[in-house]
Design a protein around this ligand. Structure first.
Ligand SMILES: Nc1ncnc2c1ncn2[C@@H]1O[C@H](COP(=O)(O)OP(=O)(O)OP(=O)(O)O)[C@@H](O)[C@H]1O
Length: 708
C-alpha cells in the first residue's frame, strides 16, 4: 500500500489504532513518516473520516510541511485528503477563544502587533517605567517577555513566580499589573491564548464536549516541545477515549526556556494508564559517519534518556570541519562549492542566529543566486541602529529636515534640549516652503538664545562634519558616522542593548557597506536587500535553504553547512555564563541539542564551519568544534608561544588580538571587554570595564604587550 517499506518498529507504531500511545524516537527515525502513515492507515483500513483526525505540531511551518509530506505520500490513495487537519496547539487554542468570545459577545483584542497603538510591548514598557521609575532596556524587555511566557507555559503558582530566577526588579509586581490590565480590557497576548483557552474549556463543558466529539483521533508531533499548559489542554480534549498518539525525541528539545517540558515523554505512560510505548531507533536519513558523530556529540549531555541510534546506510563522505579566516572567506568558499554541485542537490546553510544570514543573503543578492530563507524574522531591518545609520545618511543630504534630525539629535553628543528642538520647529513654522527647503537645521540651532558655549562649538563642528562628508560623497560613511559623529561613543554609553547586539549589527552593516560607493547607494542597497529577503522567504524552489537551526527542525537536506560555529554563538554566551557562574549545564545542554539537530539534518554531506574573525573581531572556535575534532581525531595546530614581555600569566589562546582600530571593542577574556579610545604608533589606550585604563602594545599585530 505504501511506497516506503516501513521497518518493524515503524510498522508497529503506525498500526496503532485506539488508546493512548507514545513513540520515543531518535532523529531521522521517520517520526513524521510514521505519523502520516498512521493517518493513512486509519482512513484507508478503518474507514475513519479524515475530518475526525487532528494532528498538532509545534510550529505553523511544521504543520504546513507535514501536510505537504502527507499529500506527497498518500495523495493518490485518499480522496478527501485535504480534510485531514494539521495545526499548532496555539492556533487551535486561539480558535477556541474566538468561538467563545463571539458566543458571549465579548470584545477580543490581540495585543501582539507592535504596529498597533495598543500592544504588549508598549504596555510592559509603561508598567516597568511606572514601577521602577526608569526606562526598560531591550534586554530587560526580552527577559520580561521570556519570563511571562515561561510562567504561562509552566502554569506557575504565585509562590513559584516569586521564586522565579530573574534579574528584573519588582518582577512580580510588574507581572501582576500586566495581568490586571489585560483582564480589565479583554486583551490577549500569545501566551494567554493557551491559558485562556484552557480555562474556557474547564468552565464550558458543552464547548469541551463539542470538541471532544469533533475529533476521534489526536496526534502530536514533536511532543518533547510541548509545555505543561499545552499538555493540560490536550488531556482535556482527548477524553474520554484518550485516543492520543504522540511522538517525540528528548534530544531535540529546543525550547525549554519557554516551558518545553521533556520529562513529559516519561510521564506519559503514568498519566495515561495502559499507554503503549513504541521505540524507533533506526535513522533512515543520514550516512553512518554523520550518525556516529551526532550520536557521540549528544551522548555528552547528561540530562537525557539513552538511546541506541543506528543506521543501515553506507559510511558515506567524511564529516568535515572547515576553519575560515573570516566570514567573507566562509561565504566565498561555500558559495563556490554550492555552484559546483548538481542543481538538484538540496543544500542548507544553518546558523544559530540571524546575524549570520545577512552576509550570505548579500552575496546571493549580488550574484543573483535564488534561495529560500526560512522563517526569517527581518528584525535586522527594523533594528534601531540600522534606522539610525540610515537617518544619519539621509540627514547628510537633507540637512533641512527636522523630521530626520528628530531621530538623531540626541545621538550626536551635543546634549541638545527638547526646548532647543522646539525652538527650531517654531522657526521653521514661520518660514515659507522655499525657505524651509534651503535652511540648515544646525544654522537655526545656532540662533537658539539659551545655547551653552560647548553646545555651540559642538554644533559648529557637526555642521562642518556633515558638510564635508556631503561634499566628499564617499563610501566611507560608516567611518564618518561611527567616529567623526561619535556614534560609537553614544552606543558605548547607552544602555539599550547589549554590546554583542551592537557589535553584530555594526558588523553586518560594515559588511553590507563594502561594495557601495555612496551613502545613498547604501540606503538603496539595504532596501533592495530587505525586499530580496522578503521575496526569498516565499520562494517555492527550495534547493538552497538558509535557516536558523531552530527553524530547520524536522527538515532534511542532502548537504548541510553549519556556519559560524564559534564560542558565544553556538554555544550561546548566556549558556556559557550560566555554566561559569553556577556550574549549571542546563542551557549548555540545550545548546548541544541545537547543535545535534543541525548535525542530524544532513543526508549525505555535512560540513561544520568556524571562523577566526567575524566582522573584524577575533573569535574563538566553539567548544563543540573541539569535541567534534576529538571524535574525528583531528589535532589542533600548536598555539603560538607567549611573548617574553608578557608579564601576566594567561592562556596563550587568549592572546589572539587582531582588532586595534580606534573606537572598536576589544573582547578579551583576560581583561574582560575594553573600549579602544586611542591608537598611537601601535600603542592602544584601552578602557577595560573591570581593570580601568591600560596601554597595550599592539605593534606585533596578533600579539600584544601590556605596558602598565
Ligand atoms: N522505512 C523507511 N525506509 C526508508 N526511508 C525512510 C523510512 N522511514 C522514514 N524514511 C525516510 O527517512 C527520513 C527521515 O524521516 P522523518 O523526517 O519522518 O524523520 P523524523 O523522525 O521526523 O526526523 P527528525 O526528528 O530528525 O526531524 C525521510 O527522508 C523519510 O522519507
Amino acid at each position: 500500500m505504501f511506497e516506503i517499506q516501513l521497518n518493524e518498529q515503524q510498522k508497529n507504531a503506525s498500526l496503532h489504532k485506539d488508546g493512548p500511545a507514545i513513540v520515543l524516537a531518535v532523529a531521522g527515525a521517520g517520526k513524521t513518516t510514521t505519523l502520516c502513515t498512521r493517518i493513512a492507515n486509519l482512513i484507508i483500513n478503518y474507514n475513519v473520516n479524515p475530518k475526525k483526525i487532528k494532528t498538532m505540531t509545534f510550529s505553523r511551518a511544521a504543520a504546513r510541511d507535514m501536510k505537504e509530506r502527507f499529500i506527497k505520500l498518500f495523495g493518490g490513495q485518499i480522496p478527501n485528503i485535504h480534510d485531514v487537519e494539521f495545526s499548532t496547539i496555539h492556533s487551535f487554542a486561539y480558535s477556541v477563544i474566538r468561538y467563545y468570545y463571539r458566543q458571549k459577545d465579548l470584545p477580543l483584542i490581540i495585543i501582539e502587533d507592535e504596529k498597533e497603538e495598543t500592544n504588549k510591548y508598549r504596555i510592559l514598557k509603561d508598567i516597568f517605567k511606572e514601577t521602577n521609575k526608569e526606562y526598560i532596556t531591550e534586554e530587560q524587555l526580552e527577559e520580561l517577555l521570556a519570563n511571562i511566557t515561561y510562567i504561562k507555559n509552566m502554569m506557575l503558582k504565585p509562590k513559584e513566580i516569586e521564586e522565579l530566577k530573574n534579574s528584573i526588579k519588582n518582577f512580580s509586581l510588574i507581572f501582576e499589573a500586566y495581568e490586571k490590565i489585560k483582564r480589565e480590557n479583554h486583551y490577549i497576548d500569545y501566551d494567554d491564548m493557551l491559558t485562556v483557552a484552557y480555562h474556557i474549556l474547564l468552565k464550558e463543558p458543552q464547548l469541551l464536549r463539542g470538541l471532544q466529539n469533533k475529533y476521534d483521533y489526536w496526534q502530536v508531533d514533536e511532543f518533547q516541545d510541548t509545555s505543561r499548559i499545552q499538555y493540560e489542554i490536550l488531556k482535556l480534549l482527548v477524553k474520554p477515549n484518550n485516543n492520543l498518539f504522540c511522538v517525540g525525541d528528548d534530544d531535540q528539545t529546543l525550547y525549554s526556556w519557554r516551558g518545553s517540558y521533556p520529562k513529559i515523554l516519561l510521564e506519559f505512560p503514568k498519566e495515561f494508564r495502559g499507554a503503549q510505548v513504541y521505540f524507533m531507533e533506526e535513522n533512515f536519513r543520514s550516512t553512518q559517519d554523520i550518525i556516529n558523530l551526532s550520536n557521540r556529540v549528544i551522548s555528552l549531555n547528561k540530562q537525557r534518556y539513552k538511546k541506541n541510534i543506528f543506521t543501515k546506510k553506507d559510511k558515506g563522505l567524511p564529516v568535515f570541519i572547515e576553519e575560515f579566516n573570516n566570514e567573507k572567506t566562509q561565504i566565498e568558499t561555500i558559495i563556490q562549492e554550492i555552484k559546483a554541485k548538481s542543481p538538484s542537490n538540496e543544500v542548507a546553510i544553518l546558523f544559530r542566529n540571524n546575524f549570520s544570514a545577512l552576509p550570505f543573503i548579500d552575496s546571493f543578492h549580488e550574484m543573483n543566486i535564488p534561495f529560500y530563507v526560512r522563517e526569517h524574522k527581518m528584525s535586522f531591518f527594523k533594528h534601531w541602529i540600522v534606522k539610525d545609520i540610515i537617518a544619519f545618511i539621509k540627514f547628510t543630504y537633507r540637512p533641512c529636515s527636522l523630521e530626520l534630525f528628530n531621530n538623531i539629535y540626541y545621538k550626536l553628543n551635543a546634549y541638545l534640549s527638547k526646548q532647543s528642538i522646539g525652538y527650531v520647529a517654531q522657526q521653521l513654522k514661520e518660514m515659507d516652503a522655499k525657505e524651509r527647503e534651503n535652511i540648515n537645521i544646525f544654522d537655526l540651532l545656532l540662533t537658539y538664545p539659551a545655547l551653552k558655549e560647548y553646545q555651540k562649538n559642538r554644533i559648529i563642528r557637526l555642521k562642518y562634519e556633515f558638510d564635508v562628508f556631503k561634499k566628499e560623497n564617499t563610501s566611507n560613511f560608516m567611518e564618518f558616522i561611527r567616529r567623526r559623529l561619535s556614534y560609537d561613543e553614544y552606543l558605548k554609553n547607552q544602555d539599550l542593548t547589549s554590546e554583542e547586539v551592537v557589535n553584530n549589527t555594526m558588523g553586518v552593516l560594515e559588511h553590507l557597506a563594502r561594495n557601495v560607493t555612496t551613502g545613498l547607494q547604501f540606503i538603496d542597497k539595504v532596501e533592495a536587500l530587505r525586499l530580496f529577503t522578503e521575496k526569498a522567504s516565499h520562494n517555492k524552489i527550495k534547493t538552497i535553504v538558509l535557516s536558523t537551526i531552530h527553524a530547520a527542525k524536522g527538515l532534511e537536506f542532502d548537504d548541510v553547512y553549519i556556519i559560524d560555529v564559534i564560542e558565544d554563538v553556538l554555544p550561546s554566551a548566556s549558556s556559557l555564563n550560566l555554566l561559569q557562574k553556577n556550574q549549571d549545564v542546563s542551557e549548555l545542554e540545550e545548546e548541544r541539542r541545537i547543535f545535534y539537530v543541525a548535525l542530524t539534518r544532513a543526508r549525505s554531506q555535512l560540513k561544520i564551519c568556524t571562523v577566526k574573525k567575524r566582522f573584524n573581531n577575533s573569535v574563538e572556535e566553539s567548544m563543540f568544534i573541539k569535541e567534534v575534532k576529538k571524535f574525528l581525531n583531528i589535532t589542533s595546530p600548536k598555539t603560538r608561544p607567549i611573548p617574553k614581555s608578557q608579564k601576566h600569566k594567561v592562556n596563550p589562546r587568549e592572546l589572539d588580538i587582531s582588532i586595534y582600530k580606534k573606537g572598536t571593542y576589544l573582547t578579551h577574556k583576560f581583561f574582560g571587554k575594553g573600549y579602544i579610545s586611542m591608537v598611537n604608533q601601535g600603542i592602544a589606550t584601552v578602557d577595560f570595564k573591570s581593570f580601568g585604563v591600560k596601554k597595550i602594545d599592539i605593534k606585533t599585530c596578533m600579539e600584544y604587550k601590556l605596558l602598565s
